[in-house]
Design a protein around this ligand. Structure first.
Ligand SMILES: Cc1cc2nc3c(=O)[nH]c(=O)nc-3n(C[C@H](O)[C@H](O)[C@H](O)COP(=O)(O)O)c2cc1C
Length: 186
């Protein structure tokens, strides 16, 4: 198996991070992988907001949980009411990926960028977790003030986030993959 395939196979969501910050060169390599993702008609409709401020990361977590506790979404409520749950798993770096509102392919293009960043992180020995949850808060009335603080550009909306940091434990095999998801027609 070549190195790319090994990296893809070995990447697993990390939900236990060391507090130590990742190196700037590593962060830059991960961001570069993000911006080299494919995008529909090459519009590159993404914006990356790198948050390495623990106070802000924790306030986002707090507000997310307060929001989630009141939600009628039972799945969200379950996590929000779990005292030990942190929406970014206390990762020292969070990259919020916002996408142009007026581009129907934004969520897909941003997802491609996220996946590139997760794989780039793995190739550098950095743990990552794709975080969809925070979108609930940031696209709500309650999350509006954060958009200013996070400098999300006008005309963009929060789509995905990535929690990044050195892994506390080595990756496990992760969830078993579903079978019979491929059809061959020759
Ligand atoms: C669109 C999307 C949103 C996700 N949001 C979250 C999230 O908010 N929190 C979380 O812990 N994992 C989240 N995940 C990670 C998945 O739970 C994880 O990728 C899946 O269980 C497979 O595990 P693996 O990444 O180890 O292969 C998300 C994944 C995707 C693709």
């Amino acid at each position: 198996m070549n190195e790319v395939l090994k990296t893809i196979r070995n990447r697993r969501s990390t939900r236990n991070f060391l507090p130590e910050q990742i190196k700037e060169s590593e962060l830059n390599a991960i961001l570069e992988a993000g911006i080299y993702a494919p995008s529909a008609t090459n519009k590159q409709p993404w914006h990356f907001t790198v948050v390495q401020n623990k106070d802000l990361i924790d306030r986002l977590n707090y507000s997310f949980k307060e929001f989630g506790k009141k939600s009628d979404n039972e799945y969200l409520r379950k996590f929000a009411n779990n005292e030990n749950f942190h929406v970014f798993y206390n990762s020292p770096t969070v990259i919020l990926v916002s996408g142009e509102i007026d581009n129907r392919y934004s969520p897909i293009d941003c997802a491609a960028a996220v996946e590139n960043m997760l794989i780039a992180g793995e190739s550098l020995g950095i743990g990552s977790c794709w975080i969809g949850f925070i979108e609930y808060l940031l696209n709500s009335e309650e999350g509006k003030d954060f958009l200013y603080e996070l400098k999300i550009p006008e005309g963009f909306r929060q789509i995905h986030a990535v929690a990044l940091g050195y892994k506390k434990n080595n990756s496990t095999n992760g969830p078993i993959r579903r079978e019979n998801t491929i059809t061959y027609i020759k």
